[in-house]
Design a protein around this ligand. Structure first.
Ligand code: ADP
Ligand code: MG
Ligand code: MG
Length: 205
């Protein structure tokens, strides 16, 4: 997994987030403040710009640039959370990047999100997509699955995890203010996390 793959991952994420901006905002309109799509579209387009200008030379630099840009440019809960995901992932990554190394670094990123947001599985947040993706990666490493298949399994786990937030009652973030009324809607942050993992699987395919 080389520098070009990590750059392609973030560029594809920017493309998918832009494509699905209105859908993400509509999900946030139902249980939040209707800005998740615009927040992330702005953030990832800034990431794309920063990567083009910075010409990072390693996967670690790519992730550090993405993390810092998201923290700086995205207001709201999701900016610092996604920023921490990438920053911590970058800190934990060793070169050359193997699937096992990526899996461990990704998990470190997810743990950073859980700590910062004080969120756990079942709280109806991005963690409900990210944690299953991380678990799928770890299982793929254990089973000796190839990179492409592993990333596809992670993307599937994130997509399923996001759909699984629909019947949940939110316990963190703005949606938690709605209590029972948060039930019946997919969490916008989980939906964007599923896009993030879909982007990675698609650039590795
Ligand atoms: P804001 O809620 O500040 O408007 P966004 O709309 O961009 O920010 O992002 C909302 C998403 O952020 C939620 O759908 C949820 O997935 C995620 N989120 C919010 N609070 C937390 C938290 N404490 N822990 C983990 N994720 C959270
Ligand atoms: Mg919002
Ligand atoms: Mg907001």
């Amino acid at each position: 997994m080389d520098t070009d793959l990590f750059v392609a991952w973030l560029e594809e994420t920017a493309r998918l987030v832009h494509r699905d901006r209105d859908r993400l905002t509509e999900l946030d309109a139902a249980i939040g403040d209707a800005d998740h799509g615009t927040n992330l579209d702005r953030g990832f387009s800034e990431v794309r710009k920063a990567l083009a200008e910075g010409m990072p030379e390693s996967p670690v630099q790519v992730l550090a640039t993405a993390g810092a840009t998201l923290i700086r440019r995205v207001g709201g809960a999701s900016g610092p959370l996604y920023g921490s995901l990438f920053r911590q992932m970058g800190k934990g990554l060793e070169s050359p990047v193997t699937l096992a190394g990526f899996s461990a670094a990704f998990d470190g990123g997810v743990v950073a999100v859980e700590r910062l947001g004080k969120a756990a599985l079942g709280d109806k947040t991005m963690v409900d997509a990210l944690a299953p993706a991380s678990r799928a990666l770890a299982l793929a490493v254990r089973d000796g699955v190839g990179v492409r298949q592993a990333l596809e399994q992670a993307a599937n786990a994130a997509a399923e995890g996001s759909k699984a937030t629909i019947p949940m009652r939110a316990r963190k973030g703005r949606a938690s203010y709605l209590g029972e009324r948060s039930i019946g809607h997919e969490d916008p942050g989980a939906a964007s996390s599923a896009l993030l993992m879909a982007a990675l699987a698609s650039v590795a395919a």
